[in-house]
Ligand binder design. Structure first.
Ligand code: ZN
Ligand code: ZN
Length: 135
């Protein structure tokens, strides 16, 4: 995905070009288009991303922190069709384990743990391996 305004690459949802307003604002924020000659309607746009912190980790895990609460999503869940396990029960068990792990990651991020640190990322890998082996 590229920046809506200048086409630069996005790093963790923010534009790589430091002179572009989207380097400080998420792509969904109208402030990123303010002062743009083609979008006069955004002239006095109000920031919607202030306070929202977006963290992207391995396995497409994306955490969005908004004050004390947040959301997490990932590509880790299995669906029965494309699952490596054939047994529906195993898929269900695996997915509940992933849910638990995602909740833990989110809780850590909310309470200020550095979830982007190498140590934490290694812990995620170890947990994933354990989940895959035990189900
Ligand atoms: Zn940009
Ligand atoms: Zn903003």
């Amino acid at each position: 995905m590229n920046c809506l305004r200048c086409g630069s690459d996005l790093v963790r949802g923010l534009c790589k070009d430091a002179t572009c307003p989207f380097s400080d604002h998420l792509q969904s924020c109208p402030v990123g288009l303010s002062d743009h000659p083609q979008f006069p309607e955004y002239e006095n746009a109000v920031c919607v991303c202030l306070g929202v912190r977006r963290i992207a980790l391995t396995h497409d895990i994306v955490i969005e922190l908004d004050g004390g609460s947040g959301n997490i999503s990932s590509n880790l869940h299995e669906t029965p069709n494309e699952a490596i396990m054939e047994d529906a029960d195993e898929v269900r068990d695996y997915n509940s384990a992933i849910d638990g792990m995602e909740s833990l990651i989110l809780a850590c991020a909310c309470s200020g743990v550095d979830v982007e640190s190498t140590a934490f990322l290694e812990a995620i890998e170890t947990a994933l391996e354990a989940i895959s082996n035990n189900t």
